[in-house]
Write a protein that binds this ligand. Structure first.
Ligand SMILES: [Zn+2]
Length: 500
């Protein structure tokens, strides 16, 4: 490798291309791959990931990056590319090969144990595998390096720049504001019935409606596509090839509608990266929380809003004249925003959702600090469920075993969901200040002005700045729960006819 920027750029492009192909193979694995290809695909992916890792930790790349960091004549984007790739490479280099291997083995054991434990509804069957995962993740955190707070080193992998010291006070205040809000909604006079019970919504008609929604929010179907998968996700190979998936449930149209809008939010972000950043480290979100802010902004703030359905509900009713017979706009809108403390995070509404996250975050801190005996984890989980949400899991499968994340070893991931919610509300407020007639535009179905505002201020920035700095630049302040709580209070006071 020459000590020139073009030769460094060529390596950046190669790394991004490898990631793109990994993305394509992973997307295919979840959508169209025949069942018998399972093992073959696992080998192919592991080979590609091995190649990517080898090219990333290559000492010659380290030398050229160190050289580039000293060059005064690079422009701001080039400097940011060097910074982002150096950071990624430093983390990869610090973890010894033996630890990487041990983690991969521990993960596959933990996944198998987690599945068995779920089947038998007994956390104890998962406990030894989890103990091993935790031991290795602590070791890995120390290998990454930190200033006394181990969890920071893990959080860094999902939310670069975020620290426990910064995050804990915000999430604790959010928790303490949400608990009484959930209780007040439960006590509110207006009750929201489960609207869709016993009704049937044709799958093909749902599919066609989701494509119309994608078009309306400005997702480019010539630079991406939508398919079906069991768990909806966004993947792809490049900003001009973004793959979304959705999930159709013929007994409830909300799954497909909101999965599509959610993934479209991720997809718009991916399609919105600046052309000058394609095939470089800057064609990426600076954090998972910021990525999630885009999906949640579109799904919740826009997609579950009344203005949005004032425009789309008439055509939804035309699509399902029988299933939606007798359901007016207000009833539908309320049903789409039903608040109900529940056991399962992925089914939670936007008021209770963050309490599920705070619970996990608090337990993760205790576990990483080795301050909670593993045998006590189910009890600690259940006790918090009671305190925060007023519900008690009847068994471990509906409680502590519900998420796959810990079996994957993904400690530090959960908080990014809450950050996504908080950032989404702050960004939407900033958009409202910039586009004072935004609600009116949404009511007319004109969603492209919001997409373009996000494109300019968030998407095209790529990974130029760390997430919270970008948020500060766009909204005038950093991480806060103020905008999110104000959004919830306004929306749910009206919906539930009570003052929150
Ligand atoms: Zn998401």
């Amino acid at each position: 490798m020459e000590r020139t920027f073009p030769s460094l750029l060529a390596r950046m492009q190669e790394l991004k291309d490898l990631q793109g192909v990994i993305g394509l193979a992973t997307w295919d694995q979840e959508t169209y791959m025949p069942a018998k290809a399972d093992d073959a695909r696992a080998h192919q992916l592991s080979t590609l990931q091995g190649l990517h890792h080898e090219r990333l930790v290559d000492p010659r790349l380290g030398e050229v990056l160190a050289w580039a960091a000293m060059q005064p004549d690079l422009d701001a984007d080039q400097r940011a590319m060097v910074r982002v790739l150096s950071h990624e490479r430093d983390r990869a280099v610090r973890v010894p090969h033996a630890l990487v291997k041990a983690l991969a083995e521990a993960q596959s054991r933990a996944l198998a144990a987690w599945r068995q434990a779920r089947k038998e509804k007994r956390f104890a069957l998962f406990q030894p595998a989890l103990a091993r995962i935790l031991e290795l993740r602590r070791e890995q955190a120390d290998a990454y390096g930190h200033e006394g707070e181990r969890y920071d080193a893990l959080l860094e992998g999902y939310e670069p720049g975020m620290r426990v010291e910064r995050l804990t006070p915000v999430l604790t205040a959010l928790r303490d504001a949400l608990i009484p809000m959930v209780a007040a909604i439960a006590a509110a006079p207006r009750k929201v019935p489960d609207l869709f019970e016993g009704r049937h919504f044709d799958g093909e008609a749902q599919w066609r409606f989701t494509l119309r929604l994608l078009e309306a929010v400005g997702f480019d179907l010539e630079a991406g596509r939508q398919d079906r998968s069991i768990h909806p996700f966004t993947g792809g190979t490049h900003p001009l090839d973004v793959r979304l998936t959705t999930r159709i449930d013929e007994s409830n149209p909300l799954n497909a509608l909101f999965s599509t809008i959610h993934e479209a939010g991720h997809g718009l972000y991916e399609q919105g990266f600046a052309e000058a950043h394609y095939r470089t480290p800057l064609a990426a979100a600076p954090s998972m929380g910021l990525h999630e802010s885009q999906s949640r902004l579109w799904e919740n703030v826009v997609g579950r809003g009344r203005a949005f359905w004032e425009h789309f509900y008439p055509s939804l009713r035309e699509t399902f004249p029988q299933a939606l017979a007798g359901v007016d706009l207000d009833t539908f809108h309320t049903a789409a925003n039903r608040v109900s403390p529940s056991l399962i995070r992925t089914e939670a509404d936007e008021v209770t959702y963050n309490l599920h996250i705070v619970l996990r975050y608090e337990l993760e801190l205790l576990l990483i600090h080795d301050r909670l005996p593993l045998a006590d984890v189910p009890a600690a989980w259940n006790e918090r469920m009671r305190r925060y949400l007023g519900v008690t899991p009847p068994d471990d499968t509906l409680g502590v075993l519900q998420d796959i994340h810990w079996a994957w070893g993904e400690f530090g991931y959960f908080p990014t969901y809450a950050l996504g919610n908080l950032y989404s509300a702050s960004l939407y407020r900033a958009a409202e200040r910039a586009l004072p007639d935004l609600t009116e535009r949404i009511r007319r179905g004109e969603l492209l002005s919001l997409r373009d505002w996000l494109r300019t201020h968030v998407h095209r920035q790529g990974f130029r700045l760390p997430a919270e700095e970008l948020i500060h630049q766009v909204t005038g302040r950093g991480l806060t729960d103020v905008d999110f709580l104000q959004y919830l209070r306004g929306k749910y006071s009206a919906l539930y006819g009570t003052s929150l």
